[in-house]
Ligand binder design. Sequence first.
Ligand code: UD1
Length: 426
Amino acid sequence: MDRLHITGGTPLHGRIHVSGAKNSALKLMVTCLLTDQPVELTNMPNLADTRFLAQLLETLGVEVYWPKGSSTCHLNAAELKSTIAPYEQVRKMRASFNVLGPLIARSGHATVSLPGGCAIGARPVDLHLKALEAMGADLRVEGGYVKAAAIHGLRGAHINFSTVSVGATEHAMLTATLAKGETILENAAREPEIEDLANCLNTMGANVTGAGTPIIRIKGVEALKGTTYPVMPDRIEAGTYAMAAASAGGDVTLDGCPVAALGAMISKLREAGVTIDADEAASTLRIRRNGSALKAVSLSTQPHPGFPTDLQAQFMALMCTADGTSIIRETIFENRFMHAPELSRLGADITVRGQEAVVKGVDHLTAAPVMATDLRASVSLVIAGLAAQGETVVNRIYHLDRGFERLEAKLGACGAKIERRSGEDE
Ligand code: UD1
């Protein structure tokens, strides 16, 4: 199993190009199921998760042409050969559950395994199922599978989500594009990836308005056509490198950065004493910290435009060596502090009380072997390792490969001492 060896203490200097957004790409790929014409996605991130989904789409009969290393992925669902998404494939990645609604819209029926995904709490799919039922799908759950049919077709519905859910909003939006009549989604998630999906669907001939606000309206159309569409840049990857630079110190510029989508993170980093030059027009974010101490800053994760839960672990890593005490509240997921005990192995002083972590800044972190537990937690260990004294070994980095493209190369180009090695865990 691969692991990362990181020798901390070297400031980062250079430029990092931000890749296409994993969380957007995964939903954009699913759009191909809604049309018999080709969908071409550019700026695609080469990640374990996007490759998993490509495999699942192939199982359904989608022709996928996506050469290794290429950032353009061609998807053609001219004919589907199956409407069954098996457990072995869906369990690897939760976002694959989003094929359910589009398969019903396209074929009238589908059988899709209930998802697995990151070990960050229960993560139910009740909101997805309620939305599909409201649109006229008959659903039953049997043997870990959702069996669905819409004998009379799907119809528009008024859906008011009880909780803000990115996945359920996107799933309902995808499905509603081909439903008869208008669908109104209330209390919809406002994440930038939802706007990206709506924009892509509109290039395919869908009629989606209001994405990015809590009320989204989708007027169903007869059919969708193919498209060529660029995946938006990854705000979580960008935020992660911003925090790596803040943690290790130095001067790093992110190119192709979705600056407008990072408002909450930028203001927290500035509060912590990091110098940030944000240029929205040029899509660059320059992060500087030269020797100055970090200030402790508290935060609470929130749906967009609040501070993203996907950057919480990274921010905690940064706060480990800040001056003072920072209180970090996780409000989106239960059990999303698995990085805290691992950070403590590096000498951090963190006490977890329910949904709150109290981080008392220490003078410095000291290298140790640590274990990645989920995607974002694992990258927080990399951030901590870059600031720690000595050589930190991060085990189980297959979690990292799910969501970060060429992480070692990108950080290495800025001077980080980071190396991937194969072998037994340490
Ligand atoms: C997406 C992102 C993930 C991010 C999260 C929140 C992708 C592939 N993943 O995950 O990286 O951390 O948004 O920004 O885009 N919930 C229910 N019932 C449901 C669905 C969700 O109760 O049917 C709850 C969840 O348990 C959680 C909250 O709603 O507490 C938010 O989850 P949701 O926004 O749906 O996250 P995902 O779409 O799974």
